[in-house]
Design a protein around this ligand. Structure first.
Ligand SMILES: Nc1ncnc2c1ncn2[C@@H]1O[C@H](COP(=O)(O)OP(=O)(O)O)[C@@H](O)[C@H]1O
Ligand SMILES: [Mg+2]
Length: 272
């Protein structure tokens, strides 16, 4: 087994607060990996440090975009990249895509158009040729629309393609956001609390969808969750963190039994 992502010694502070403190973990090729912790543990901050929305104070984020993966002996391989310091648009082009904790859509656009804007990263035709409607650009646009429809169909919302995105129920907007990630031909998809706001049956469907995406696209998934239900159901391995520090790593069964994890969740503040 080899890794697609390796986080090494990640640290970041906000003012006096150490949001992440020397955190390390690895996500294996085609693995569904869960990152859990109580509210305020630093999960979203890990996310933002990986995708370079935040620049960590210390540490590395090794990512293997090509066929070659990071091997466990600590060799990073010739195509591995330390994402720290890379611009966000390049991170996406490497095949690392994310969804947001709050669904980000353009409400005035159709469901299909919202998916289309997500895949702009490999839209080769220039703006000029699009404006001039050159044959190459038209062909590319058609292929592109086809790909977006496939992504919608994969998430079972293709029948809503031409409807306005704004009025759709929350569950549909979540699916729309996931369809958008598929447009970027992901190596690694990072999902921040995808089950938040979903009911029990929607959460079960989401678990199926995550597995299907992994199987069909051969990518890895990093799932950031506060809620234990989904991670226990869908993850191969789980890393628990608390106050920005590593707490435990193991299979869902091992994490469920772990006393340190229970204590961390018990100590959670009620006002969150
Ligand atoms: N941009 C920021 N500025 C200041 N503090 C932040 C910022 N982002 C996160 N934090 C703080 O870092 C800690 C971890 O937050 P976060 O990563 O959002 O936790 P989680 O996603 O696990 O609930 C919290 O104490 C939070 O207030
Ligand atoms: Mg969060």
């Amino acid at each position: 087994m080899s890794d697609v992502l390796r986080v090494e010694g990640l640290s970041i502070s906000f003012g006096g607060l150490k949001a992440l403190d020397d955190l390390s973990f690895s996500v294996a090729d085609t693995e569904v990996f869960g990152l859990i912790g109580p509210n305020g543990a630093g999960k979203t901050t890990v996310f933002n440090c990986i995708t370079q929305f935040y620049r960590p104070d210390a540490g590395a984020v090794w990512f293997a975009p090509g066929a070659e993966r990071l091997d466990r002996a600590g060799h990073h391989g010739s195509d591995a990249i330390d994402l720290v310091g890379e611009p966000v648009h390049r991170v996406i082009r490497y095949g690392l895509v994310r969804t947001f904790q709050n669904v980000e859509i353009i409400p005035e656009l159709s469901v299909l158009d919202n998916v289309l804007i997500g895949g702009h990263v490999d839209f080769k035709a220039s703006m000029l040729s699009q404006m001039l409607r050159l044959p190459g650009a038209r062909k590319e646009e058609a292929q592109y629309r086809e790909k977006a429809r496939e992504a919608l169909s994969f998430l079972s919302i293709d029948h809503l393609a031409d409807q306005i995105a704004g009025g759709q129920p929350y569950g549909v907007r979540k699916r729309l956001e996931m369809a958008r990630t598929l447009m970027a031909e992901p190596r690694l998809i990072i999902l921040d609390e995808p089950a938040a706001g979903l009911n029990e049956s929607e959460t079960e469907q989401l678990a199926d969808t995550i597995r299907q995406i992994r199987d069909r696209f051969g990518c890895s998934v990093l799932l950031v969750e506060h809620d234990m239900g989904l991670v226990m159901n869908v993850c191969d391995r789980i890393c628990a963190i608390s106050f920005g520090k590593f707490l435990a790593l193991g299979t869902p069964e091992e994490i469920q039994r772990d006393v340190r994890v229970h204590e961390a969740y018990l100590g959670e503040r009620d006002d969150d």
